[in-house]
Design a protein around this ligand. Sequence first.
Ligand SMILES: Cc1cc2nc3c(=O)[nH]c(=O)nc-3n(C[C@H](O)[C@H](O)[C@H](O)COP(=O)(O)OP(=O)(O)OC[C@H]3O[C@@H](n4cnc5c(N)ncnc54)[C@H](O)[C@@H]3O)c2cc1C
Length: 416
Amino acid sequence: MKYSALALLRGAWRSHRNWAQAWRSPEPKHAYDVVIVGGGGHGLAAAYYLAKNHGVTNVAVIERGWLGGGNTGRNTTVVRSNYLFPESARLYDFALRLYEGLGRELNFNVMLSQRGHLMLAHSRHDLESMSRWVNTMHMHGIDAELVSREQVGALAPALDLSPGARLPVLGGFRQARAGTARHDAVAWGYARAASALGVDIIQECEVTGFVKDGAGRVTGVETARGPIRAERVGLAAAGHSSVLARLAGFRLPVVSYALQAMVTEPVKPRLDTVVISPGTGVYVSQSDKGEMVIGGSLDLFASYAQRGSFAVMQSVLAGTLALFPSFSRLRVMRQWAGIVDVVHDSSPIIGPTPIPGLYINCGWGTGGFKAIPAGGWTLAHVLATGRNHELAEPFQLERFATGRFIDEAAAAGIAH
Ligand SMILES: Cc1cc2nc3c(=O)[nH]c(=O)nc-3n(C[C@H](O)[C@H](O)[C@H](O)COP(=O)(O)OP(=O)(O)OC[C@H]3O[C@@H](n4cnc5c(N)ncnc54)[C@H](O)[C@@H]3O)c2cc1C
C-alpha cells in the first residue's frame, strides 16, 4: 500500500480502518540465502539493499526484541557527515546523501530535518582545530563553515553569550546539511520496504548460537525458535556484537558501554539547530514535538545495563545549563541508555570475519544512526558478492592486525 496524502484522505473517510500492516511477521523458514542478526537500522537497511540492489530476496532479519529496540530507537537522531579522514568523510557523506532521498525512496516519512549542526568553540585552540577541520572537509567536497560568535548567537539565541557566561563561546563550526531524522521511522521505513520486496522480518527470536559445517564455515544460526540454515550470515548487533562473535568463535576489539540521553517536557520552538559543545561533552536539539533532546558522554565503564549512571546524567545536565541557563526551568521527562559498541579508533568494522560465511557490521559506537544507509548498503554488498564495497574497504576487521587505523575520536562528537 502506497502512503500518500490521498491514501490519508481515503483512510480518514474509512475511519482509518483500511491500513495494512507495515511489514509481514511470518514464521521463520528452515533456510534462507542470507540471515541478518539484529533488527536495528543497519540490519534492516542491509536486508533492504540486498533485495533492492542485488535481487537477493530470500533473506531473514532475526531480532531478539522489537525492531529498533536497540540503539536505533534510543539515539538522539543527529545526522551529519563532518568527519576528518577521507575514508570516513566519504562513508558518512554517502549516508547523508542517501538520507536526503530516503523518505521518497522508502515511501516513508523519515522526518529528515536539515537544520544544521553547530559545534561550539570555547577557546582559541578549539577555533584553530575547527578551521583545520573545515579546510579538510572542503578538500573532501563536503559543506562546512567556520562561524563567528555573532553568527552563533543568531543561530542559537538561547545560548548564554553574555560576558559573564560560564563557558565563553568564541565561534563555531557548522555543517548546514546536517540535522536530525526520526529514528523509529528509519527502522520502520526500511522494514516496510524490505518486507514488500520479500524479506522475512522475525521479531522476538534471539540468536543463541551458530551452526557450522566440518570445515568451520557458518551454515546457519541457532535461535530461540530452532535452527535456521543460511548460505551467509550477517551480524548487525551493535553493543552485543562481541557476545555474538564469541558464540561464533572469534574475538572483536569492541567494548560495550552505556550511552545515555534524556528529553525535557515539550516547549515552543526555542532551538532551531543541533548544538554540540565538545568541551562539556554535551549536545542539544529540539524535537519536532518540542522536547529538548539532550545527550552527552559515555558512562566510561563496560556495561550491558540500558540505564546509564547518575553521575554522568548530572554532569550532562550541568553542562547543558551552563550553555542554556534558561533551560533550568524545564523538567526532564525521560532518561534512558543504549549499549554502544566502541572500537579503539572510533571507526566502524564492516566486512568479512575470520569465520567463513560470517560477515559483520559493528563498531559504530556513539554515532552509527547517521551511517545507517551506508552501513546497510555496504553490508548488503559484502553479503551478496563476498567482496567488500570500496567504501567499506578501509574499515575491515583486519586493520587491527595491519595497524591501519582511522582514528576519528575527535570527529565522533562524543569523545570515546
Ligand atoms: C543515547 C544514544 C544516543 C545516540 N545518538 C546518536 C546520534 O545522535 N547520531 C548518531 O549517528 N548515532 C547516535 N547513537 C548511536 C546509534 O544509535 C547506533 O550507532 C546505531 O543505532 C546502531 O545501529 P545498529 O542497527 O547497528 O544497532 P541497534 O539499533 O542496537 O540494533 C542491533 C539489534 O541487534 C539485536 N540483537 C542483539 N543481540 C541479538 C541476538 N542475540 N539475537 C537477535 N538480535 C540481537 C538488538 O536487540 C538490537 O535491536 C546514539 C546511541 C545512543 C545509545
